[in-house]
Design a protein around this ligand. Structure first.
Ligand SMILES: [Zn+2]
Ligand SMILES: [Zn+2]
Ligand SMILES: [Zn+2]
Ligand SMILES: [Zn+2]
Ligand SMILES: [Zn+2]
Length: 199
């Protein structure tokens, strides 16, 4: 059975820690001689390591991507979300490139056109999503119900997923005559989802 003794303590006026009263004089002499308070974080640090402490813990660091100096604690956020040199992906062609170049690239890249298989018109990539939600809006409720029955649980599909199902309807029905419904739906849906993944 462990017994803890309530030992009489005194507070060291230099480091503010509770020290066994019997040792306080010795501790205080040692404490004043060897420790100093860090002006940044308030920790007690050995005097001879004070500079290391500052350099390793508090000194600004340079981002390895853009070389900008900043406080250490924001470096991770900077590299992940703010650094102009961090690598991002074009939402149209999925090409990785530095964030600083993204806007200019997407301006050009999004102007490229692609054939819409539903209406047979060329649509700008930047307008593709809006176009697809409007192009081929379902006009036959039986078809929609039919597709819903095939899905195991339509509630699990995102609204966007359902829209994609609806707009894929014509292409789908054409092929349904030839191939099995379940296989086709699975493939088509997962491919569409991948195609539309955007960073
Ligand atoms: Zn002390
Ligand atoms: Zn410190
Ligand atoms: Zn940076
Ligand atoms: Zn692109
Ligand atoms: Zn179209």
């Amino acid at each position: 059975m462990a017994v803890e003794f309530e030992e009489a303590t005194s507070i060291c006026s230099h480091c503010d820690r509770a020290i066994p009263a019997a040792n306080i004089d010795l501790h205080y002499a040692h404490c004043v001689r060897n420790l100093e308070i860090c002006k940044v974080c308030g920790d007690m640090v050995p005097k001879k390591h004070a500079e290391d402490h500052f350099l390793n813990i508090h000194a600004p660091v340079a981002c390895s991507l853009c070389s900008e100096k900043m406080e250490r604690d924001i470096l991770a956020i900077h590299k992940g979300e703010k650094c102009p040199q961090r690598i991002v992906t074009c939402e149209f062609c999925e090409f990785p490139l530095p964030a600083v170049d993204l806007a200019e690239h997407q301006e050009v890249c999004g102007n490229r056109t692609e054939l819409c298989h539903l209406c047979n018109r060329y649509v700008r990539l930047r307008e593709r999503y809006n176009h697809e939600t409007r192009c081929g809006v379902p006009d036959n409720s039986n078809t929609v119900e039919y597709l819903r029955d095939v899905r195991e649980d339509p509630r699990e599909q995102s609204a966007r997923g359902r829209q994609q199902l609806d707009i894929s309807r014509r292409r789908l029905l054409f092929t349904i005559a030839i191939t099995g419904i379940a296989v086709l739906l699975g493939t088509l849906f997962s491919r569409k989802t991948e195609d539309n993944q955007v960073l």
